[in-house]
Design a protein around this ligand. Structure first.
Ligand code: GTP
Ligand code: MG
Length: 270
């Protein structure tokens, strides 16, 4: 059973360039040693209309134009993502260039095959849940869908850097802060809260997943030893380029719960 309360109570029935396959199936991060470049893929996953595209729009707005690329979105007339969104970032220091490719999946049930395709090779996941009580089951279903789609690519949600964002905190009839704190305490994944339309909590969530993903890549690949690359410095630079004056620890510290090892106690994982 999962983590941080996504399924839970309301669940009804329930050499160029190469991908380096990791022994624990953590990710398949792309490292190009010849040009000293690493490409990290992050995916915003979640049920339809939970606010995934809105997160990317907020990140794009916040980002320094010299760090961000063009936000590519493909939407239907009613704002539903048809294929995926992509927001690229590039950060460079003397030792390494880091390219971030940030994707969203389309949440509508009919786009199942696209979601499967987009999560391929993901290094980290932000699961955007809708905070409204009425959406609890949709959140749980989507989390199960994520788990299954990762499995198809040999990835295990228990060993992936995953953060959960409970979005739409401005709406009435949302799950209470106390309930989210309780869910977060039971689960493995750090939980962030947000109002993506105003940008509240968006950078915090992003730094949260990036910190977990960076730690995972460093553990597997030792980029500090190989290149002298310091992920702490990198994260601070990302925060700065996203217009933050707060330090990374403060941003990431806004999370509720979460820990390094799966607790297996939370709700949501099935
Ligand atoms: N009130 C409120 N509305 C939000 C928030 N975040 C997103 N929305 C709105 O919710 C609707 C759906 O947002 P999207 O970002 O398009 O949702 P999505 O998850 O990308 O949806 P799909 O692409 O269909 O999977 C839009 O009308 C947004 O303006 C929020 O925090 N609060
Ligand atoms: Mg969308």
């Amino acid at each position: 059973m999962p983590t941080s309360g996504l399924a839970g109570r309301a669940c009804r029935g329930c050499g160029g360039q190469w991908g380096v396959a990791l022994s624990r199936k953590v990710s398949a991060v792309q490292i190009d040693f010849s040009i000293r470049e690493i490409t990290i893929k992050l995916v915003f996953y979640g049920p339809a209309l939970s606010g995934k595209t809105t997160n990317l729009q907020a990140l794009h707005r916040a980002a320094d134009p010299t760090a961000r690329g063009r936000l590519m979105t493909l939407e239907t007339r009613d704002d539903r993502t048809l294929f995926f969104d992509l927001l690229p970032f590039t950060f460079r220091d003397q030792s390494l260039a880091v390219r971030l490719k940030v994707f969203t999946v389309p949440g509508q049930v009919i786009h199942a095959s696209t979601r499967r395709l987009v999560v391929q090779g993901a290094d980290g996941i932000v699961f955007v849940a809708d905070s409204r009580v009425s959406e609890t089951y949709a959140n749980a279903e989507s989390f199960l869908d994520l788990k299954n789609n990762l499995k198809v690519h040999g990835l295990d949600v228990n060993h992936m850097p995953v953060v959960i964002q409970f979005n739409k905190r401005d709406l009435p009839d949302v799950r209470s802060d106390a309930e989210l704190a309780e869910l977060a305490a039971q689960g493995r994944e750090p939980v962030y809260t947000s109002v993506a339309t105003t940008g509240q909590g968006v950078v915090e969530t992003f730094l949260g997943v990036l910190q977990m993903t960076s730690a995972s890549i460093e553990r597997e690949h030792g980029l500090r030893a190989k290149f002298g690359f310091d992920f702490f410095v990198f994260l601070a630079e990302v925060a700065r380029r996203l217009g933050e004056t707060r330090c990374v620890a403060e941003l990431v510290g806004t999370r509720l719960g979460g820990g390094e090892e799966p607790s297996g106690k939370g709700i949501g994982r099935q």
